[in-house]
Design a binder for this molecule. Structure first.
Ligand SMILES: [Mg+2]
Length: 228
């Protein structure tokens, strides 16, 4: 699917999943991305690439152009990047490692807020991702999003009467939420130490925090200030 630069619409396959959620509108809601926030995507992908004759040479906040063939040292084509990432999701979604502190912070936050994982995992890997969450102590509802995340967040925000928080590593998702669900508190989070140094805070984020104890403190403080 080709995405337009500012396409904040909600895909039908995402809408069906959102409609099936049972959320309490009066209880705060924390919506977290998975890759590079809850799961150590780049670190896990890196191991997979090496096994497949490639390596990651992170020169920018992107995979395209930064995956190189181990023998030639040359960047692989955009098509190959896409195929490798597809293979990674097919073969390793369930084995991916969690980000340090994520499970503990979410468990603590879940005493006063609902947790929802909103991930652009391919739809056919939804069950595998759920198993990975459960395996690492994060048995929370999971929605497989398609495209930018503003559409899903606007849907949730319109049905919610309590504070809503959103965490993601990708600036265009944060921008999308800012455009169509501006009342959501947006946290820009990048778990990988190398990746985080390649990118400043997203322009449309309320705050940049790259560690889970920090996220926990920030959300708890915000909720307290709002009387929760
Ligand atoms: Mg991500």
């Amino acid at each position: 699917m080709e995405l337009k630069l500012e396409d904040d619409s909600l895909h039908d396959d995402v809408l069906i999943q959102l409609e099936a959620l049972r959320l309490a509108p009066e209880r705060p809601l924390i919506v977290s991305d998975a890759d590079e926030v809850i799961f150590a995507f780049v670190r896990s992908l890196e191991g997979f690439l090496i096994e497949n004759g490639n390596f990651l040479d992170l020169q920018s906040f992107a995979l395209s152009g930064n995956i190189r063939n181990s023998e030639t040292g040359e960047p692989v084509s955009a098509e190959t990047v896409k195929a490798l990432i597809g293979d990674f999701f097919d073969q390793r979604t369930e084995q991916i490692e969690p980000v340090e502190g994520a499970a503990d912070a979410l468990a603590a936050l879940s005493t006063q807020a609902q947790i929802l994982v909103l991930s652009n995992v391919p739809l056919d890997r939804l069950a595998a991702r759920r198993r990975a969450l459960v395996k690492h102590g994060m048995d929370y509802p999971l929605v497989a999003n398609i495209g930018r995340k503003g559409g899903a967040m606007a849907y949730l925000m319109a049905r919610h009467n309590a504070p809503v928080f959103f965490l993601d590593d990708i600036p265009h998702n944060i921008a999308s939420v800012a455009r169509v669900a501006a009342a959501v508190t947006r946290v820009h989070f990048i778990a990988d130490h190398r990746l985080r140094d390649l990118l400043g805070a997203a322009e449309d984020a309320d705050i940049r925090i790259d560690d889970w104890p920090g996220v926990r403190r920030y959300i708890e403080t915000r909720l307290r200030a709002q009387g929760y």
